[in-house]
Design a protein around this ligand. Sequence first.
Ligand SMILES: Nc1ncnc2c1ncn2[C@@H]1O[C@H](COP(=O)(O)OP(=O)(O)O)[C@@H](O)[C@H]1O
Ligand SMILES: [Mg+2]
Length: 243
Amino acid sequence: MLVIEDLHVEVGKVPILKGINLEINDGETHILLGPNGGGKTTLLMSIMGLPRYKITRGKIYFKGMDITNLPPNERAKMGIGIMFQKPPSIRGVKLYQIGEITLRDGNDGDKIRNYAEMLNLINHLDRDLNYGFSGGELKRSELFQLLCQRPELVLLDEPESGVDLDNIALIGNVINELLNKVDRIKSRRSSGIIVTHTGYILEYVNADKGHVIMDGKIICHGSPRDLFEEIRKYGYGRCVECL
Ligand SMILES: Nc1ncnc2c1ncn2[C@@H]1O[C@H](COP(=O)(O)OP(=O)(O)O)[C@@H](O)[C@H]1O
Ligand SMILES: [Mg+2]
């Protein structure tokens, strides 16, 4: 599904990612852990192809195709979708309009309302995209858009941060749906990369592999639960010692 080779990325002329290698097979979910500023968001943004994130060395392949130089809209059409850590608000574009634009299997008002209902956003459909939304509403709005888009590779940047406990289960279940059922008929599974700080999401999602990113490099791999437990006990300081 995704192969990343020796990826180096600069943001505003500052080198942030310094040689990332990562492979994600069909149907796998990977968890990214790491201290603030380590480069997790930069990695997801680079996979999505946002122009501010300049690839200076290395390659990204998606479903066998070199996408290193493709713009984000092309990547979205090929089946990559992202839930931003800090989503932008767009005045003049309604939430339901984004639903119509992103719906993969054609424009279908019932589906849009259905997804909005799943995420308690039925009263938000007529509002400007993310404008004035609370932290939790922003996360649900991002998931609504992903439900419409149904990407084969789902990138989730701290999906549970700022979400109250009542809504964590809701978000966990929707993420599970996104990862498990891209195509019910062929029962194909999507792949995912999830950045998490709290680890709550591990209660809902069957994650296959975990990685720790620090100072722009993947410094450790392991089972997501083991990694998370170790970090909860000893902090990232221990990762540095371990290195
Ligand atoms: N626009 C920018 N200009 C300069 N530095 C940036 C910019 N965006 C991010 N960075 C820097 O890149 C580093 C990695 O950030 P980020 O990928 O957001 O880390 P994480 O998501 O792991 O917390 C940080 O040191 C951050 O300050
Ligand atoms: Mg981040």
